[in-house]
Design a protein around this ligand. Structure first.
Ligand code: GLU
Length: 497
């Protein structure tokens, strides 16, 4: 039994690129569990495969976690009592463990060259046998092996897997799992470059860092009997394994870029709220009951448990994510949302719009748009016209559609009527503006919708905007009238088509 008082869990990504949502979901679940149990969450960078190392990946991993609010108690940047937290800085520990295994007869040096191994595989294939290392150095005399090693000949260290019997372990979600030992070969634990394979690094580090629960993807299940053997051979205590299911794309294949799945920081870029993504990822593969979908971080920490993860793969429901993001936008406390909007506008509005962005103005327009957007990335184009005194009138062809098609002179006249009635309006507010404009439409015998659509384009420069009259109230009387006059003039100057 694990000591539940002492939960230490880790997220152990390989810096081979940007973290995708599957990996980050794993981090999130692990973090939630650490928080729930008052345990420690550790970030460890598994950079033992130097050929797959991608420059900048460690930063991107840390930034992704930070954006989602997943904080670590120990890690490469902040250190901690179990460091270092880069595997590449822990080489001595792996070497020591591998040598101890050789000493005790659990491992041996193998000098088979890559060519030799290829030939071995080819002849196995020709004989229709499954490819498997044939143990050719397993019984090689230890002294001879040592001499060859000392002379500088390259070698790997392999674990001598028991050839009979079976290995059983417990997975928190699936219960007991058993593998026949004869199906497993003498796998490499230390490579010729002195770096460990994942198998050895997992066992050494998760022991040294006193990890209580190893959470990782289910693709590691077939390797777990190897790990059990390693833990036992080294005399280490076995952790609790939790193998989480994969996320599937709509076609049933493992979720990937080709399904439109994104890297975490791309979701940030596109305008998702981190709270929404956290909520969405947490419930993709975990459920409290058959209906609750919305969880704050605090609530997740309260109710989440690793043992309740689904054993089955889950689909990635993009529509649900968008819906959830919209919901978070609508329900967020207004001032918090204003802060988020301001930050986004600082970033997205064209450079010619002066900075800093006016917080009070954003606060005024927030109620007009919070119901309308699903993504923050929609914001700047929707509200840009509030921030500039000069919105260019679109080309007549774009402007004049439906009733106004090919009727630029009539449209210009209608806009003149609008500016004429708005100019003397004593009390500039949305209700009054709407009232006088409706009256005018009636007098001119123009359908209100057709009449308003002209004004909308004149004032906002776009056909789709936040509610017109409220927007006009915020923009102010003088500027609205200016824009309407400008649009009327530009229409009068449009050559008749
Ligand atoms: N570095 C491994 C990977 O990225 C981590 C697996 C684990 O968490 O043990 O797949």
């Amino acid at each position: 039994m694990q000591d539940i008082q002492n939960v230490r869990v880790r997220f152990a990504p390989s810096p081979t690129g940007d973290p995708h949502v599957g990996v980050i979901r794993q981090a999130l679940w692990t973090w939630l569990y650490a928080k729930k149990m008052n345990g420690k969450f550790i970030l460890r960078i598994e950079d033992t495969d130097q050929t797959r190392y991608v420059e900048g990946a460690v930063d991107r991993i840390q930034n992704s976690l930070q954006w989602l609010g997943i904080t670590w108690d120990e890690g490469p940047d902040i250190g901690g009592p179990y460091g270092p937290y880069f595997q590449s800085e822990r080489k001595d520990l792996y070497k020591e463990a591998a040598e101890k295994l050789i000493e005790n007869g659990f491992a041996y040096r193998c000098f088979a060259t890559p060519d030799e191994l290829r030939e071995m595989r080819e002849s196995q294939q020709a004989a229709k046998l499954p490819p498997k290392y044939d143990g050719r150095y397993r019984d090689y005399p230890k002294n001879d092996a040592e001499k060859r090693a000392e002379s500088g000949e390259p070698y790997v260290i392999r674990f001598a897997m028991p050839q009979e019997g079976s290995t059983t372990f417990t997975d928190l979600l699936r219960g007991e799992i058993t593998f026949e030992n004869k199906e497993l070969d003498d796998f490499v634990i230390l490579k010729s470059d002195g770096f460990p394979t994942y198998h050895l690094a997992h066992v050494v580090d998760d022991t040294a860092m006193e990890i209580s629960h190893v959470t990782r993807g289910e693709e590691w299940i077939p390797s777990t009997p190897r790990h059990v053997q390693l833990f036992n051979a080294l005399g280490y205590k076995i952790p609790t394994w939790v193998h989480a299911p994969v996320i599937l794309g709509p076609d049933g294949g493992k979720l990937s870029k080709r399904h439109g799945a994104k890297f975490v920081l791309e979701y940030a870029e596109e305008g998702y709220l981190s709270d929404a993504l956290v909520n969405f990822l947490a419930i993709t593969g975990w459920a409290l009951d058959d209906h609750t979908e919305i969880f704050s971080r605090e609530r997740l920490i309260e109710v989440f448990d690793l043992k309740d993860l689904s054993k089955n793969p889950s689909g990635f429901d993009q529509t649900k994510l968008e819906w959830m993001n919209g919901l978070y936008l609508r329900e967020m406390e207004e001032n918090d949302l204003v802060d988020i909007f301001v930050r986004r506008l600082e970033r997205d509005l064209p450079a010619e719009i002066p900075r800093p962005i006016d917080w009070a103005l954003v606060k005024e327009l927030t109620p007009l748009v919070r119901e309308r957007i699903k993504l923050l990335s929609e914001l700047a184009s929707l509200v840009g016209f509030f921030f500039t005194s000069d919105v260019p009138t679109p080309a007549a062809a774009e402007f004049l559609t439906k009733k106004w098609k090919d009727r630029s002179a009539d449209a210009a006249n209608a806009l003149d009527s609008t500016s004429n009635i708005l100019e003397p309006l004593p009390d500039w507010n949305a209700d009054n503006i709407q009232q006088v404009m409706r009256n005018t439409a009636e007098k001119l015998e123009i359908r209100a919708g057709d009449f308003f659509s002209l004004t909308r384009i004149a004032v906002t420069g776009t056909r789709i905007s936040p509610p017109l009259f409220e927007s006009m109230e915020i923009i102010g009387q003088e500027l609205c009238i200016d824009r309407i006059r400008q649009a009327a003039n530009s229409l009068r100057n449009t050559p008749a088509s």
